[in-house]
Write a protein that binds this ligand. Sequence first.
Ligand code: KIV
Length: 270
Amino acid sequence: MSIHTDKVAKKVTLSTLSKMKGVEPITMVTAYDALFAKLFNGSVDMILVGDSLNMSFLGKEDTLSATMEQMIYHTKAVCNGATLPLVILDMPFGTYTNESDAVKNATRAYQETNAQAVKIEGGKDRANIVKALTSNSIAVLGHIGLMPQFLRSDGGYKIRGKSQEDIDILIEDAKALEEAGAFAIVVEGVKEEAGKAITKAVNIPTIGIGAGLHTDGQVLVWSDAFGFFEDFKPKFVKQYCKGAKLIRESLDEFVSEVKRREFPTKEFTY
Ligand code: KIV
């Protein structure tokens, strides 16, 4: 825990995170490889190896075709790079449709990587899955609100919490996940008042993405946060740098120096 500093000095555990609720905002970014995980090490509290890698890394249209093999491969890489943040493997679509598949696949995630938790999408209807995992010693990060794995069944990405009735449903979802043993909940794509009400209703931390200022923490997908993903920019994404622009400019410089036979100079030559 980094109470009131911007650095994380010790390995973050589930107990660290639970103590941060209401005390200090929790930070999480996604990462998919050791290089970036190492850059994030010591700064963020949690790293999510999100199935968003299917879009930002593999160039697919949605997250639905991500596989357990992919998630394990990328989580191993992230764990090699990051020693301090709590690392979470995002369970892909179709790998936790029933309790027995969920336990089998999440056990594999624990056995083959050093992830300390898994994330699954779903509210009240998935509480039995969360319970099955937590009672088998697997830590679970929940995910409610806009759930990308429900994209096709919901008919698109829909912002939630626009009415009191929907806020009540989201609160019920959050409470069911808490009751089932989830250690924290990602709250995605909800009106700010919904994010606030959900956060107040549960004793575990809420981590918002497009959920306003009042959740216990914030998560961003790294390729969004650092301006590498340029296909579209949702309203909630703040680009903390223009990564793609920087790379393009640097690449142009390299190409033009090579074409003009200006690289390598003596400095870069044996
Ligand atoms: O896959 C992912 O990156 C996620 C975040 C949007 C929370 O689930």
